[in-house]
Write a protein that binds this ligand. Structure first.
Ligand code: SAH
Ligand code: SF4
Ligand code: F3S
Length: 543
């Protein structure tokens, strides 16, 4: 590279994308690129995009539009679209925005440096417009497999995960002591509303040895908390001793599919030759004891055996936390969604989890306004929320996605106003349920991983510093605050910190006098809970 290029990368979507962005920036940094935090000062602007709902795509479209305009105005910027939108929209995206210089789906991110290099060289020769399309585009996932083998694609991605250049970032949440590790890629479940199997491709399981190795590398660099990532983590299952190994080393393999979980016979037969999700959790817990908190997302409500619950209950450092989306409380809708379980099976699972894991913390996702959802179906979802002690639920309005079965099969017939009303009603019910879950912790002791100076505190400090400089501050409703109201010096008020319990509950507490808040961030601390609200706990640091 003739000169050091600066790169701005913005991430939309899920934790998988956050991890991908971390791997991409690590890779680019190691090749001499400089990562900057403002798009206006970057030679290369990259958006790592999400397609799961239309709204997620719209956010990226508006960013792409702005940078495209800057390019039309003559600025020299390389504009790249990475992730699920690049995969889903393919060449259409390029047609809509010819200013986009490169696109790279999630299954081909290892090719990004090569694409950037192609563009830089084509530009140097002023040939960019004539540059062959394949020099600008590396789509991933399912489509690429038409011309490259699944195995080759997986091997390259595996290298990207394994070569991660992780440096704890003191300015990041929890001072960079919390990290993600992928255990599976893709998804084979094909819920009728969902684009993920189309954008991320077939479900592929990483070898346990690679996963443990990555956890060990992270632990050696000071990571205290690891979140294992997969679309349906409890379906993790790695079969050993297959022909698929390279120079004796095990490689990523396509998941066994639902049958392996349904056919008990098959499971027994292969029991000695497979690593199940329960085995994997146990293996990481025992092999990397300096990881103080091991958690995982997202769980699928079916085929979640007691073995996994038992491993969680028995392992001190595995968090008693399950993110296990129900999606709906109506059996009719669950069927149309192709979720493969009934409300009764979901409730049975929750009952087993609560019985086996003391203080288990449960989070979920719900979609309102799925095609044909009636008031009766919606009532059934409200009932489900009242039966399960969910600490929180992410509630989404159904968004019709191109390429999904639901779009081909059903009309998006629930009016937006109804979706909004149902969304708000569910949020209100969830607030009551969350308040009860949080209330149970009052008067008890627990531990938190201290994450940051609380947002409220950051605002207060900003206001104080503005006031100290003689500035005028605006309140939320736009009125200016009198400077005298802000005359308290920042040091006279204890700083408020926030952290998370192992069950992922947010806790606010004051930093003790004479302690610098920065020394607490990124550490695990004992705490007494003194009060609660619908969404948070409040406490005091012990000792
Ligand atoms: N693999 C996870 C979910 C991944 S997508 C699981 O199966 O639980 C994250 C969430 O987005 C889903 O749980 C679902 O609630 C929501 N979602 C996915 N597709 C959607 C769509 N078309 N409209 C609205 N919400 C959607
Ligand atoms: Fe989408 Fe269903 Fe796969 Fe989750 S399990 S990623 S909702 S298809
Ligand atoms: Fe979005 Fe792709 Fe994740 S569609 S939710 S970024 S897997």
């Amino acid at each position: 590279m003739p000169q050091k290029k600066s790169v701005y990368l913005e991430t939309f979507g899920c934790q998988m994308n956050e991890l991908d962005s971390e791997l991409v920036t690590g890779q680019l940094e190691s090749l001499g690129y400089e990562i900057v935090d403002r798009d206006t000062s970057a030679d290369v602007v990259l958006y790592n995009t999400c397609s799961v709902r239309e709204q997620a795509e719209n956010k990226a479209w508006s960013r792409i539009g702005l940078v495209s305009q800057r390019k039309r105005d003559g600025e020299e910027i390389i504009l790249g679209v990475l992730g699920c939108m690049a995969e889903r929209d393919g060449h259409d995206l390029l047609r809509r925005h010819p200013e986009v210089d490169l696109m790279c789906g999630p299954g081909e991110l290892d090719q990004l440096p090569m694409l950037l290099d192609n563009i830089a060289r084509a530009r140097a020769l002023e040939l960019q417009r004539q540059a062959p399309l394949e020099h600008r585009v590396a789509l991933g996932g399912s489509r690429s497999r038409r011309w490259s083998t699944l195995q080759a694609a997986q091997d390259n991605l595996e290298m990207l995960d394994l070569s991660r250049a992780f440096h704890p970032d003191p300015s990041a949440r929890a001072a960079g002591r919390s990290a993600y590790v992928r255990i599976t890629r893709g998804c084979n479940k094909f819920c009728t509303y969902c684009v993920v199997p189309h954008t991320r491709g077939a479900e592929v399981h990483r070898p346990p040895a690679d996963i443990v190795e990555e956890c060990r590398i992270l632990a050696d660099q000071g990571v205290l908390e690891i979140t294992l990532l997969g679309q349906t983590v409890n379906h993790y299952c790695y079969t050993h001793g297959t022909a698929l190994s390279v120079a004796g080393k095990e490689v990523a393999q396509v998941g066994p599919g639902l049958n392996a979980f349904r056919k008990r016979e098959l499971r027994r037969e292969t029991a000695t030759r497979t690593t199940s999700f329960a085995d994997l959790l146990h293996l990481i817990h025992e092999s990397v004891p300096s990881i103080q908190r091991l958690r995982f997302v997202t769980s699928y409500p079916r085929d979640f055996g007691d073995e996994v619950l038992q491993v969680i209950a028995d392992s001190e450092r595995i968090c008693s936390y399950l993110h296990v989306p129900a999606q709906s409380g109506s059996n009719r809708i669950l069927k149309l969604m192709n979720r493969g379980y009934s409300v009764e099976q979901y409730l049975d699972f929750i009952e087993r989890a609560c019985a086996l894991i003391p203080d288990v913390s449960i989070a979920g996702d719900i979609i309102v306004g799925f095609p044909t959802e009636t008031e009766e179906d919606f009532e059934a979802t409200i009932n489900l929320l009242r039966k399960v002690p969910f600490k929180n639920n992410f509630i989404f309005k159904y968004s019709e996605r191109p390429g999904t079965v639901a779009r081909g099969r059903f009309a998006d017939d629930v009016p937006l106003a109804t979706k909004k009303r149902r969304n708000n009603e569910l949020l209100a019910v969830q607030a009551e349920v969350s308040a009860a879950v949080h209330q149970r912790w009052v008067g008890r002791e627990t531990t938190v991983l201290v994450e940051q100076i609380s947002k409220q505190e950051q605002t207060r400090t900003r206001k104080n510093s503005l006031a100290a400089q003689g500035g005028v501050t605006l309140t939320a409703n736009g009125a200016s605050l009198e400077q005298t109201q802000l005359s308290e010096t920042p040091n006279s008020v204890p700083k408020q910190l926030s952290g998370r319990t192992s069950g992922d509950l947010i806790v606010f507490f004051d930093c003790p006098p004479k302690t610098s808040p920065e020394t607490l961030i990124g550490t695990i601390q004992p705490i007494s809970i003194t009060r609660s609200s619908a969404l948070n706990l409040y406490g005091t640091l012990n000792g």
